[in-house]
Design a protein around this ligand. Structure first.
Ligand code: DQA
Length: 144
């Protein structure tokens, strides 16, 4: 069974109470449950994690590189400025694995600073704007 790490960046642990008009009513535990049950349905082994720390997120990306895991990454605010996360993310595709950038909201419909992603240029693909379904769509994409 191929393994996928689903990595979530800063503030995503506050889902449900954080701007539900933008990010939806599903809390972080709900996101973990929905993502895990879709992965099981698709026959994928999945581990869902969240961190507010840039260094921890980078360590998890290298864990994927070293073990050959595909990655679904919601870099949250790091999307818009972290060259350090980008530099680690690019290694995932360099070892032949896939990295899908996901967002709950569609950043392009929001403030101008969210229109730039420093991650998209090194991602295999990007899925944004479908709430928690962005994650289940990304899992489906990984089965193809
Ligand atoms: C987000 C969009 C980012 O702009 C924001 O900083 C987040 C969440 C999303 O999932 O829509 O924290 O990545």
């Amino acid at each position: 069974m191929s393994k996928v790490l689903v990595l979530n960046g800063p503030n995503l642990g506050r889902l449900g109470s954080r701007e539900p008009d933008i990010y939806g009513a599903v809390d972080y535990d709900g996101l973990v449950k929905i993502t895990s049950s879709k992965a099981a349905e698709l026959g994928l082994e999945v581990e869902v994690r969240q961190t507010d720390s840039e260094s921890e997120l980078i360590a998890w990306l290298y864990e994927s590189v070293d073990n050959g895991y595909d990655v679904i990454l919601n870099p949250a605010a790091f999307t818009h400025y972290s060259y350090a996360v980008r530099d680690a993310a690019v290694q995932v595709t360099k070892v032949g694995k896939r990295l899908i950038e996901v967002h709950l909201s569609n950043p392009h419909t929001r403030e101008e600073f969210r229109h730039t992603s420093v991650i998209s240029g090194v991602a295999t693909g990007v899925i944004a704007g479908f709430g928690v379904n962005s994650y289940t769509l990304a899992l489906t994409a990984l089965t193809n």
